[in-house]
Structures are given as structure tokens and as C-alpha cells.
Design a protein around this ligand. Structure first.
Ligand SMILES: [Zn+2]
Length: 283
């Protein structure tokens, strides 16, 4: 667990995303939840030493940010309007027999906690459209809709601490996943994050960083767009583009055990951007 500022801690080394929490005199607000059940319950034990947990904000609908919600029963979950449906679609898919069997190999300590009756799904129920400002224990928290990496992407900004959690709009020196993103919106999102002028950015994955990294994150996205534009310009079909050598535009390795296969992520990135470029041509 890393101390980020006076009132904020985050964990950088779980399998999955970087969850964090904010301590106030009236309890805690969490940002995202650990994806592995055993990590989630251990995380909960540590958080409760700081006070009762009042809220969870999910920054995005990808499984590694939301799967742990279940292990905080009764805690209100906050999310952008698009989050509820995505959560309800993801959870049954991720708790089926297949994941149980995989988990016996990859994380046996978690198996008994999966589909446990005390830990039912805990979807976002407090929804917002553009922005939600919360006051907790005399402290301010701003939840901002900043679409990019996903459509309901949310940044959680703590103005009193100078800290922002971006979810996966920032991958700090780990491989950038563009599997469903609108990369042009994402570039705008990075400008909006920069304008917050936070001293510390807690990214979705990788070590905390600052505004200086946002240009590099933008360059990775621009590199992907340009590489796939070149496939389109050459008249390649999507299938042909996928058979090309993967664009060498992202210098960083996959972080936090997200997926075993770099090739799979590269393929998802190419397909998504290819389809979006064709749609823009046709528009
Ligand atoms: Zn993500």
C-alpha cells in the first residue's frame, strides 16, 4: 500500500487495477476495488482500520476495476450513468464455472470467496451524467465524466489533496489498452486531466505520475491512430491489417498481469481503431 498524500492511499501491485481510498473524519471513500477476491477482503480489513467505508467510485466498467465491489457489501457504489448496465452485463460473465476453474490454478486462495452468498453483486446505484461533487467529513471529492478509454470513464479528483485517479485514461509506463476506446475522445480527456493541475496522478495501471507523463500517453495513442490510418490508406481489410506486423508504437510491457498475451491486445487495439476510422470515413 502506498501513501499518496495526507488522506489518500493506493495499491500499485495488485493483479488488476490500482485501487485507492480517501480518509475523512466521516469515513472513507474508495476508488475502484481489487479484482481478486482474496485481495479485496484483505484490502477491506486494512481500510477498516482507518474508519467506516462510505462510498466506492468506479472509474470504468472493465472487470479489473469493478469485480471487487462485491466484497464491500452495503457500501454505496457511485458511477457514471453508463456504468450500471456494463456492471450487470460483466459480473455474471466473470463469475461463471470457467472463472472458478481458472482460479483454482491462478489464485486458489480466492476460490472460496467467489460466488459467496455474503458477497452478492454490488452495482453502481448512485449515477451521474457529467459531474458529481461529494462532501464527506468536510472534504470535497469531484467525480468527472471524462470519456476516452471507455465511454463512462470517470476521473476522481481530490482538490484538497492535489490528487486525481484517472482509471485507464492513463497507463503509466505499462501497455495501453485501446480495445474499446474512442482514441480521439481520449486525447481530449488527457487535456481535461492536465487542466485539473493535480500534483499526483494515480493511473489505472502503473506507478503514480504527474502531468508530465500525459504528453507521452497522448503520443502512444497518436502512434496507434497513425499506424492504423496507414493500414486503411493502403486499402487493407481489417483481417489483412491484423496479419501485418503489430505497430511498434508503445514501448511499455503489459502491467499487473492484465493478460498473458501481448499479441491479443495488439489485435484488439488494431480492430477497434480500424473500425472507428472506417466509421469516420463513412460519416
Ligand atoms: Zn480499462
Amino acid at each position: 500500500m502506498r501513501r499518496i498524500s495526507e488522506r489518500i492511499h493506493a495499491e500499485i501491485y495488485f493483479w488488476g487495477c490500482n485501487p485507492g481510498f480517501f480518509v475523512t473524519d466521516d469515513g472513507l471513500l474508495m476508488v475502484d476495488t481489487p479484482q481478486q477476491p482474496i485481495d479485496a477482503v484483505r484490502w477491506r480489513e486494512r481500510l477498516l482500520e482507518h474508519g467506516p467505508i462510505r462510498h466506492i467510485v468506479n472509474t470504468e466498467p472493465h472487470a479489473d476495476h469493478i469485480l471487487g465491489n462485491s466484497y464491500f457489501p452495503g457500501v454505496e457504489v457511485i458511477g457514471q450513468r453508463g456504468m450500471e448496465a456494463r456492471y450487470l452485463e460483466t459480473i455474471p460473465r466473470m463469475q461463471g464455472v470457467e472463472r472458478v476453474e481458472t482460479m483454482k490454478e491462478t489464485d486458489p486462495d480466492s476460490v472460496w470467496l467467489l460466488n459467496h452468498p455474503e458477497y452478492p453483486p454490488n452495482p453502481p446505484t448512485r449515477l451521474f451524467d457529467d459531474e458529481l461533487t461529494l462532501e464527506l467529513g468536510g472534504q470535497t471529492v469531484r467525480c468527472l465524466h471524462v470519456p476516452g478509454h471507455t465511454a463512462p470513464q470517470t476521473a476522481v479528483f481530490f482538490p484538497g489533496e492535489g490528487v486525481v485517479f484517472t482509471g485507464d485514461n492513463v497507463f503509466h509506463r505499462v501497455k495501453t489498452f485501446i480495445q474499446e476506446a474512442d482514441p480521439w475522445q481520449w486525447l481530449e480527456a488527457l487535456q481535461r486531466i492536465a487542466a485539473l493541475d493535480a500534483a499526483v496522478i494515480v493511473p489505472g495501471h502503473g506507478e503514480p505520475c504527474d502531468n508530465g507523463y500525459l504528453k507521452e500517453q497522448a503520443a502512444v495513442l497518436e502512434g496507434w491512430i497513425a499506424a492504423v490510418e496507414e493500414f486503411v490508406r493502403r486499402g487493407l481489410t481489417e483481417e489483412e491489417a491484423l496479419r501485418e506486423p503489430a505497430p511498434d508504437v508503445d514501448p511499455y510491457p503489459i502491467g499487473q498481469r492484465l493478460f498473458p498475451s501481448v499479441d491479443r491486445v495488439n489485435g484488439l487495439n488494431v480492430s477497434n481503431i480500424y473500425r472507428r476510422l472506417i466509421a469516420r470515413q463513412e460519416a
